[in-house]
Design a protein around this ligand. Structure first.
Ligand code: ZN
Length: 93
C-alpha cells in the first residue's frame, strides 16, 4: 500500500469509527474513545487522530501544505524500558 492509499483507507475506517464514538490512533493504532483523542478535520473529513497517550509523549506539529496536512511527531523522551528481575529464591541448604 502506498502512503496515499493507506491514508484513504484510514480515513474511511476512521470516519465509520467516529460515528460509533471510537477512534483509532494514527500512531499506536489503538482504539480509544473520541473524547480521549485529538482529531484533525479538513474539509469535513477526519484526516488525523491521535490518542492522549501519544500526544502526551510526543511533540506533534501540524502544518498545512498544498497536498494536505503534514504531521510530524517527535518523541519527547527516549523510550524507557523497564525490566523486572525475577527474584531468586534460595531454599535452605
Ligand atoms: Zn496513540
Amino acid at each position: 500500500m502506498t502512503p496515499a492509499q493507506f491514508q484513504r483507507a484510514w480515513v474511511l475506517q476512521a470516519q465509520a469509527d467516529a460515528e460509533r464514538g471510537v477512534l483509532e490512533c494514527r500512531m499506536c493504532r489503538r482504539r480509544g474513545p473520541l473524547e480521549e483523542t485529538t482529531t484533525l478535520w479538513r474539509n469535513g473529513l477526519l484526516v488525523f487522530a491521535l490518542c492522549d497517550r501519544c500526544a502526551a509523549s510526543h511533540e506533534v506539529v501540524f502544518s498545512p501544505t498544498q497536498a494536505g496536512v503534514e504531521v510530524r511527531a517527535r518523541r519527547r523522551s527516549p523510550v524507557e524500558l523497564v525490566t523486572q528481575e525475577v527474584p531468586l529464591v534460595h531454599g535452605p541448604r
